[in-house]
Ligand binder design. Structure first.
Ligand code: FES
Length: 127
């Protein structure tokens, strides 16, 4: 059902955990299945220096979360914002059609984290 890359990211997920000093946190949940993802970003000069995730979900959701963290590390905030659900699925070499929605969890949580980052930046400027 899953290709080797997906199985590898599920069995050995990269960047799992929490960043207690994160500059941004994002969350997303699937109404379809109840699975959730939380993502933490450490950002310096608009570049994502570090990223961690916590996902309570299916194998495809965990593999997507893991792959996403690898894809965005070192990217600027604006570059990371361009990463779509489809990009994550493509980078994984594809997901079975029934599991395609699982990749949404990761990219949508990232977009939530970026919104959180921008909000924090705006508040910092105002202070
Ligand atoms: Fe819920 Fe995959 S079944 S994210």
């Amino acid at each position: 059902m899953y290709n080797e890359k997906v199985v590898d990211h599920f069995n050995n997920p990269r960047n799992v955990g929490e960043l207690t000093d994160a500059d941004a946190v994002g969350e997303n949940g699937s109404f379809k299945c109840g699975d959730t993802m939380k993502i933490y970003l450490k950002v310096k000069d608009d570049i994502i220096e570090d990223v961690r995730f916590q996902t309570y979900g299916c194998g495809a959701a965990i593999a997507s979360s893991s792959m996403l963290t690898e894809m965005i590390k070192g990217k600027t905030i604006d570059e990371a914002l361009q990463v779509s659900n489809q990009d994550v699925a493509d980078e994984l070499g594809g997901l079975p059609p029934l599991k395609l929605h699982c990749s949404n969890l990761a990219a949508d949580a990232l977009h939530d984290a970026i919104a959180n980052y921008k909000k924090r930046q705006e508040s910092a400027v105002k202070e």
